[in-house]
Design a protein around this ligand. Structure first.
Ligand code: HEM
Length: 459
């Protein structure tokens, strides 16, 4: 960690070379060089960047003046690949669609679909080995979180509409997205290229690798989403789920068919890798910290007495939830948020020019010793009720915040606590010695080498 400084400017040539070679270069590139500096300014290609690491600066942008910033050009690749959805949209269009979707993500509404979320978790727990045996925990988490998000949002067994190797294609697609992100970081391609380029990728015309991988991934995801929507239109239900809500909005003319498709794809993509990563790192961290795991087991056993948790039980599992929160502090699945300044601004005396791309490096802020004593230590008590009373909202923001806070936040908290409790009732998990847990910085963070664990049935 470099000596803290108010402000630094990174040299032009090395930064541009690093951007071309490694993009955000999670471990040893541009990103790592921001650590410990309040403000880091640099230029890449024609773009001007500023990275801010003080919690009060995060508060300024995310919570206090979100209207002065919008999602940056880096999100354009999402628009191109799956269409414009609330994840990447801006302005009135974002506001209008977020308003339509919000009611489906309230805690109250999610309690109505709780049983649909519980079902795949019970199934996954039942499939765990009954003797000590090695499992690929990250694969289990990726598969399970896709089932849960599908059930919770679409109220249907939506995976049957997708190929079995969907997870593999999503991973491949996201890797290619990072290649594009690197390209966009250095030089924004001219607007007139956008349409024909993405039209080509959405067609069946042969394209060379690595574009062909992205093309295939887009086809698998969007083909499945189209099939889910077509099935619901052909077999209408009166279930109060996101899909029905969107189909109703489409029939009213407040959402276009393209928008319904892209929101469905966004929900699926944004809603499962993130949760899977959180869970994988939590299992690993518990395995490294048996004292924290023992406390979780005791809480789960005492509160649930061996039965499956109801939605109401989840709020009575504060240590279990705190373990999830602490895992997201150390490994925030969304590890940075880029924004474009819409107007000139001043933050903590630092001038931000309109058009600058502002980076909020979540991973670095969550591990900064200035805001987190012993930042590398896994200590869920940081998140027990009352512990956060004096902490800035900008020191911990795994779901972002303000009006653009993650729409799936309640869903994510509910499902992670549910998974942690149910898996812990029957098993404990030990990371296989030598497992490399370095994170891979794709659009969301993930364990670069998966997570091999030994599952031990509890007595
Ligand atoms: C642990 C799990 C999750 C984490 C850590 C997480 C994190 C985030 C973050 C940080 C953002 C803001 C990104 C930015 O501003 O640049 C975001 C936005 C979003 N997330 Fe999540 N997310 C999670 C789960 C989910 C789930 C389950 C869904 C389900 C639908 C979801 C859907 C979305 C959507 C649609 C947005 C865009 C919201 C908007 O801009 O209006 N996320 N998420």
């Amino acid at each position: 960690m470099p000596t803290p400084s108010r402000s630094q400017r990174l040299p032009l040539l090395p930064v541009n070379m690093s951007a071309l070679a490694k993009g955000w270069g999670f471990e040893n590139g541009i990103y790592a060089r921001m650590a410990g500096h309040d403000v880091t300014r640099f230029r890449v290609g024609l773009r001007r960047f500023v990275a801010l690491t003080r919690p009060e600066y995060v508060e300024h942008i995310v919570f206090e003046h979100p209207d002065r910033y919008e999602k940056s050009i880096d999100f354009a690749v999402v628009d191109g690949a799956i269409g414009v959805g609330i994840f990447s949209d801006n302005g009135d269009s974002w506001k209008q669609h977020r308003k339509i979707l919000n009611p489906m993500f309230t805690r109250k509404h999610l309690e109505n679909v709780y049983d649909l979320m519980l079902e795949p978790v019970v199934k996954a727990v039942d499939a765990l080995p009954q003797q000590p045996a090695e499992i690929e925990m990250n694969d289990i988490m990726v598969e399970l979180t896709l089932d849960i998000v599908g059930n919770a949002i679409f109220n249907s067994d939506f995976k049957k509409f997708f190929p079995d190797d969907l997870g593999w294609w999503i991973t491949g697609g996201l890797t290619e997205v990072m290649t594009f992100a690197r390209f966009i970081m250095v030089a924004k391609p001219p607007g007139w290229l956008d349409k024909p380029f993405w039209a080509l990728l959405h067609s069946s015309a042969p394209v060379p690798p690595p574009l062909s991988n992205l093309q295939k991934a887009m086809k698998k995801v969007l083909g499945g989403v189209d099939a889910v929507i077509a099935d619901r239109i052909a077999n209408p239900t009166d279930t109060p789920d996101v899909l029905n809500l969107m189909i109703k909005a489409m029939n009213d003319g407040t959402m276009t068919p393209e928008r319904v498709r892209s929101e469905a794809a966004v929900g699926m993509l944004a809603g499962h890798e993130t949760t899977a990563t959180t869970m994988s790192y939590m299992w690993h961290l518990l395995s490294q910290n048996p004292w924290a795991r023992d406390r979780m087991l005791e809480e789960v056993d005492t509160v649930l007495e061996g039965r499956a948790p109801t939605a109401g039980d989840l709020r009575n599992l504060p240590w279990t939830t705190a373990c999830v929160d602490e895992a997201m502090r150390l490994y925030p699945p969304v590890w940075f948020s880029p924004r474009t300044a819409l107007q000139d601004d001043v933050i903590g005396g630092h001038h931000i020019k309109a058009g600058t791309t502002v980076i909020l490096p979540t991973y670095l802020i969550h591990r900064d010793p200035r805001w987190w004593p012993n930042p590398e230590v896994f200590d869920p008590s940081r998140f027990m009720p009352g512990a956060a009373a004096n902490r800035s909202r900008g020191a911990y923001f795994p779901f972002s915040g303000g009006p653009r806070t993650c729409i799936g936040r309640n869903l994510a908290i509910m499902e992670t606590t549910l998974m942690a409790a149910l898996f812990s009732q029957t098993h404990t998990f030990e990371t296989v010695p030598g497992q490399n847990m370095d994170p891979l910085a794709l659009p969301s963070l993930r364990p670069s080498h998966g997570l091999r664990m030994i599952a031990y049935p509890r007595a």
